[in-house]
Design a protein around this ligand. Structure first.
Ligand SMILES: [Zn+2]
Ligand SMILES: [Zn+2]
Length: 329
């Protein structure tokens, strides 16, 4: 995977500070955008050449890394059980545990690089039109769609873990002022109940300048349209069918949604449905870590699809440009 690391670093170096959230929010003036475009083009050409040599494609490459990550996490889980059952680990087991953790970090970095490569491919796709634009209140759903997604290029200044976009839970549908950056260390809770990191940060003016494909259907929509469509009882059945199909697919392939990953295990999260949501559609679906186990013995990390933008974000990742048909089909 060494060529991937090199490639990732080259891309990341140019894009650092520009590429922010999953689908890339950037602070950019026109010349900078041109530079990003050029860098993306070079990256993709190089990526294509090397991928061809490796006789794979980005999709299967991502799957290969994800399967390796599953294996590493399964072995770490076995060591956890040994620790619990035997009251400690042998020196050999301790050494293996350190090795596995380092391996996991390396695999997560590979996934970040692959995601950067996929983004670059999108930028140079002739059918798409990437533009730099400032998100206004009417387009707040564009930020909402990115909440919970794994980000690259935005690291916590306290502990260097990845930060994700969040919003103040006391509001139903978030407006621009409700978003903030939260460190993913918040989700890592120790035995004493302490969060590994609690750092948060306000969004800067630059964070509202996003660089995205303006031909995408959600770009044409307004925040209140997204809300109306997601909450419309007449569309409820179709939305459930679409989300349940993603759920089944995640389950059968044992691979989740690439843009949503567990901050502890690095694996993609699986779409799940609550059995008792009390009829509240925004309390029905969530993305959960595949390392979850009953009786609190596994990973409890989850992202609830609690806002219309989040529902749209998941549909967008699963269905791409066909997501609009799920709403209006
Ligand atoms: Zn942190
Ligand atoms: Zn997890």
């Amino acid at each position: 995977m060494s060529w991937l690391r090199t490639l990732g670093r080259e891309f990341t170096k140019v894009a650092e500070g520009l590429v922010r959230a999953g689908k890339a929010a950037v602070a950019a003036t026109a010349p900078v955008v041109r530079k990003v475009m050029q860098s993306a083009r070079d990256t993709v050409d190089e990526l294509a050449r090397r991928m061809q040599r490796a006789r794979g494609d980005a999709q299967s490459e991502q799957e290969v890394v994800e399967r390796q990550l599953q294996e590493v996490n399964a072995r770490i889980a076995r060591l956890h059980r040994a620790y619990r059952d035997n009251g400690g680990l042998t020196d050999r087991e301790k050494a293996e545990w350190q090795r596995l953790k380092a391996r996991r970090e390396a695999l997560v970095r590979d996934l970040d690089d692959l995601q950067a490569g996929t983004f670059a491919e999108g930028v140079v796709d002739p059918d798409r039109e990437y533009e730099s634009t400032t998100v206004t209140e009417q387009k707040a759903h564009l930020i909402d769609m990115l909440t919970g997604q794994t980000t690259y290029g935005k690291k916590c200044r306290v502990c260097r873990r990845a930060m994700t976009l969040q919003w103040n839970r006391s509001v139903g549908t978030p407006g621009l002022r409700d978003f903030f950056w939260g460190c993913s260390g918040w989700y890592i809770v120790g035995n004493t109940g302490r969060h590994a990191c609690r750092y948060t940060e306000m969004l800067s003016q630059d964070d509202f300048r996003i660089f995205m494909d303006v031909t995408r259907p959600e770009f044409q929509m307004k925040a209140e349209d997204v809300r109306r469509k997601v909450m419309d009882p007449g569309r409820r059945q179709r939305l459930r069918q679409a989300l349940d199909a993603v759920r089944t697919q995640n389950k059968e392939s044992d691979i989740g949604l690439a843009h949503y990953r567990c901050p502890v295990h690095g694996e993609s999260l699986r779409l799940q449905r609550k059995s008792d949501s009390g009829g509240d559609f925004l309390d029905e679906y969530f993305l959960g870590c595949p390392r979850w186990l009953p009786r609190n013995e596994g990973c409890n990390f989850l992202i609830k699809l609690k806002s219309p933008g989040r529902v749209a974000g998941v549909l967008q990742e699963a269905y791409g440009t066909n997501a609009a048909q799920v709403f209006d089909g």
